[in-house]
Ligand binder design. Structure first.
Ligand code: NAD
Length: 587
């Protein structure tokens, strides 16, 4: 069956840039000619023109190459007055492949690597080498080239049809909506309530100026999405990233809504962020950026309405700035406006390791249910950052044997067990866990497929996919990271009897202690670390057992059960709050 893919705006932009290059459009020529290799010239120019990091530009080119290679048919949307889809001929598609190969530093293109006096002639020559020509002097190839260039330069959008099944990286929002549909069906959820849960109630976009170190003003775009607040004030992190989009923020805010609901917290879900590149900004610029965002958002956030927290590239210092700016605006110390603050300005004890401590409590409960002895149980941890390190440390403290850990550079393995604290010291000295004494190196892929009792993915999303799910040998997968398992992989793991503790439950310890921080701020009375731990254990163990009950009753995996519990809480609250309206509808 044919699958249809529309190229993204970025991919279209890159193709147009290639076309401009080959027709020698003057504004690009000078810039491109200052580089020695075609692929470097393209990636750099593309990155500058579209404001996209070079690493991402390179990925776009690779993705484009893969897609065009797989394409059976390519259609181009022509602008007005034609305004219709034009089919590309087989020859034109091959020409497009040659052009993309040319820019992908593909070794087979090396004979065409040096630009002949006329760039279009060099690509036509390369095309003839690889695909031949019906006449010896390349007239047909020249015609194909001209037709293709015309179509590409004026294209509004491009669609590809491929025979290969599309293995797209799942969009987290789509994954959440899919689970929402499954859970809603099991619960026979009212269609109106179901519809309500599919959409964010509020999305705020702000544009605000920041004075940069050079004295100039730069305008930044910030987002905050309050997905659902039926259970209480919305809660969720703020991320700083150059590629941040509203779409991503909506997805993450939906995730937070189900996470706070499944753990039984009186909170809704939200998320926010700023489109910026924090790596290129000074501390002073970051502070002014954060304060600018806080001022622009001040009327929409607050201890009783929406409480942000740190996320990607934001930390406790960022939260301290927001709290300080907001407090200035409202005229009193509003510690509770954000969580994840430093302890000396209203932060909670026990927050740093809270996510991993939550992972540990859920593993203990899962082991009880499965009859698995934790003393000596073998554990592999992917990712050795905040979540991965503390998870390894806490699990080893209760008697588990940590046989493998990893970071972005690779994994280390020792069947006799690793000491997480010593591995951390080594990582702090050398920058990676790789090369740690008495261990053998392996890849992150091998770590995931190790024979072990407990696997704790604590790095990135989409690590367990259809490709490797069948090879996972762990008895328990405790998702420290958000979204490490794709929905298709989830089904394979369930069929194979792997007990997956889903992210919204396993890593909810962080948001639970964030909630405790809010409570302590409101009381202006602070708990000891033991009190925080005790309350965390109580909350997460109760949530776990309630989800397990649903999973056993409905014969569904723990992820579906977690969503069912979350949706039931949300829909019950909506029903109660709007009872009059529902009764009127039912009459
Ligand atoms: P972190 O940046 O401290 O650590 C991430 C670790 O993953 C690093 O050791 C990094 O080297 C490693 N890594 C990166 N790419 C990798 C790869 N390809 N293979 C293996 N390891 C790789 O981040 P963190 O705070 O520990 O968060 C990790 C995950 O947990 C994320 O998915 C995050 O959303 C989730 N999470 C974190 C918290 C929290 O409180 N920190 C709460 C809930 C969920």
């Amino acid at each position: 069956m044919l699958s249809l893919i529309e190229l993204s705006g970025r991919e279209l932009g890159m193709i147009k840039l290639m076309a401009d290059f080959f027709v020698e459009k003057p504004e690009l020529t000078a810039k491109i000619e200052s580089y020695t290799t075609a692929h470097y010239a393209l990636v750099t120019t593309y990155s500058e023109n579209f404001g996209i990091p070079e690493a991402d530009a390179w990925k776009t080119l690779e993705e484009l190459q893969r897609r065009i290679d797989e394409a059976e048919y390519v259609q181009v949307e022509a602008p007005r007055p034609i305004n219709k889809w034009l089919q590309m001929s087989k020859e034109e598609i091959n020409m497009l492949r040659t052009i993309i190969d040319y820019f992908s530093a593909n070794p087979k293109m090396s004979p065409a690597g040096s630009f002949t006096s006329k760039r279009s002639e060099s690509i036509i020559e390369a095309y003839v080498w690889f695909f031949g020509s019906t006449n010896g002097n390349g007239e047909v190839a020249r015609e194909n080239f001209q037709n293709l260039m015309e179509k590409l330069q004026s294209a509004m959008s491009i669609k590809l049809e491929t025979l290969v099944p599309i293995v797209a990286t799942p969009n987290p929002y789509e994954a959440v909506l899919r689970l929402l549909d499954i859970a809603a069906q099991k619960l026979k959820l009212d269609p109106g309530l179901h519809e309500m849960l599919k959409r964010p109630v509020r999305a705020i976009i702000v544009n605000f100026p920041v004075t940069m170190d050079d004295g100039g003003l730069q305008v930044f775009t910030g987002y905050r999405v309050q997905y659902n607040d039926i259970l209480g004030p919305t809660k969720g992190g703020i991320r700083y990233h150059p590629d941040l989009t509203l779409d991503e923020v909506v997805a993450l805010s939906a995730w937070m809504t189900f996470k706070t609901a499944v753990t039984g917290l009186p909170l809704g879900g939200g998320k926010g962020g700023i489109r910026c590149n924090p790596k290129e900004m000074s501390q002073g610029e970051l502070e002014r950026l954060t304060r600018g965002y806080a001022r622009a958002m001040a009327r929409y956030i607050g201890p009783n309405s929406d409480v942000p927290a740190p996320d990607v590239y934001t930390d406790s210092q960022t939260m301290a700035w927001i709290m300080d700016e907001y407090s200035d605006i409202v005229g009193y110390n509003a510690f509770g406006v954000v969580t994840g603050k430093p302890v000396n300005v209203g932060g909670s004890l026990g927050r740093t390791e809270a996510t991993s401590r939550g992972v540990m409590y859920t593993v203990i409960e899962a082991a009880k249910h499965l009859g698995l002895k934790l003393k000596g149980a073998e554990v592999a941890v992917q990712g050795f950052g905040n979540v991965g390190f503390h998870a390894a440390k806490l699990l080893s403290e209760i008697g588990c044997k940590i046989i493998a850990v990893s970071d972005s550079k690779g994994a280390i393995y020792n069947a006799k067990g690793l000491d997480p604290i010593k591995v951390l010291e080594y990582k702090n000295e050398t920058g990676s866990v790789i090369g740690y004494k008495d261990s053998t190196n392996m890849t992150n892929e091998e770590l995931l497929e190790l024979k072990c009792d407990i696997l704790v993915p604590s790095a990135l999303e989409n690590q367990i996919t259809v490709t490797n799910a069948g090879k996972i040998k762990a008895k328990i997968v405790a998702e420290g990271a958000n979204g490490p398992t794709t929905p298709e992989a989830d089904e394979i793991l369930y069929r194979n009897g792997v007990f997956v503790i889903p992210d919204i439950l396993a890593n909810s310890g962080g948001v639970i202690v964030s909630y405790f921080e809010q409570v302590q701020n409101q009381m202006n009375y602070y708990w000891t670390e033991e009190e925080v731990r005790g309350k965390l254990e109580n909350t997460i163990v109760t949530a776990f057992n309630s989800v397990l009950d649903v999973a056993l009753t409905y014969k569904v995996n723990l992820r579906v059960a977690a969503y069912m519990n979350a949706i039931k809480r949300l829909s019950d609250a909506m029903f109660t709050r709007q009872k009059g309206a529902f009764i009127a509808i039912q009459r």
